[in-house]
Design a protein around this ligand. Sequence first.
Ligand code: UT7
Length: 326
Amino acid sequence: MRAKITATGSYLPEKVLTNFDLEKVMDTSDEWIRTRTGIRERHIAADNEATSDMVAKAIQNLCERHNISPEEFDMIIVATDTPDTAYPSTACWVQKHLKLKNKVPAFDMEAGCTGWLYGLEVSAGLIESGRAKKILLAGAETMSKAVNWDDRATAVLFGDGAGATLIELTEDDSGILSTYIGANGTLAHLLYQPAGGSRMPASEKTVKESLHSVYMAGNEVFRYAVRYMQMSAEKALERAGLRAEDVSIFIPHQANQRIIDATCKRVGVPLSKTYITIDRIANISAGTIPISLDLAIQEDRVKKGDIVLMDAFGGGFTWGAAVVRW
Ligand code: UT7
């Protein structure tokens, strides 16, 4: 008896910001962004749109497509680094937006870009132990409100959006075959938001110095990303008793096309089996994998019986992978 992803949904904000739009407001070029990262455009949340609003829309999308009522969920987990508020959790705001009366537990999962995979590990454990039956696991970010728009090295990399997945028990041979997660907090200083927490509370100085936005040592993060994504994919495949050749579709975290290329090469999965979204949605951190999975399903790239490998890396550092038989 295994846990399984039984339904997906997603939401991308209406506004699209292209590299050419960015050329007009900062010292950058479409050529630099495309060749260094693979990104062409990203979706940007409206001024009045927060992470929970996008999660609620992704859940509505999932429910409509799969004929499910949100009242059926017995737990709501939202993986995010860009919550609506420091507290309560984005998951609680989602309950409020959806006017849910079922009073089920709701909490956030913070594990950088690996957040949704951390959530999958936790959800699978709760489902397989019988403690929950229908977990709504979302991954979502409003990165456009977390970056410093004066820092061209990070501002161009991210996008906004939400992905929703439903985790339930299955009795057939499909489902989550393996998960693997890890972290190395000694590297926390390479990718983080310096101010706004108990270490450096908000002050006039922190606002002036833009310390409430993403700080990233890009080059160093890049090197670790490839290493940890390779390791995660290999461990998850090993735990599932499978090899790279068995993978039908690879859905990696999408931080940089060059990271994806290098990971594919090292793991031994061809690019032709790799589902790419970075060109159109950029890096949506914890939202990337659930959104990409949903887009791949909508494009009929995931079929019954397929072996799906998902793999991520992010701030913390955190990393993880999962192997699923669809
Ligand atoms: O999601 C989880 C974690 N995130 C990642 O995994 C991201 C990992 N890192 C990366 O993807 C890459 O390191 C970046 C895309 C962030 C940067 O690419 P890079 O090839 O490492 O460039 P760089 O930082 O070495 O910068 C090269 C040059 C610099 O100019 P100089 O010093 O050589 O004159 C930068 O100032 O490119 C310049 N640059 C830009 N130029 C035009 C940096 N950002 C931009 C920009 N437009 N947006």
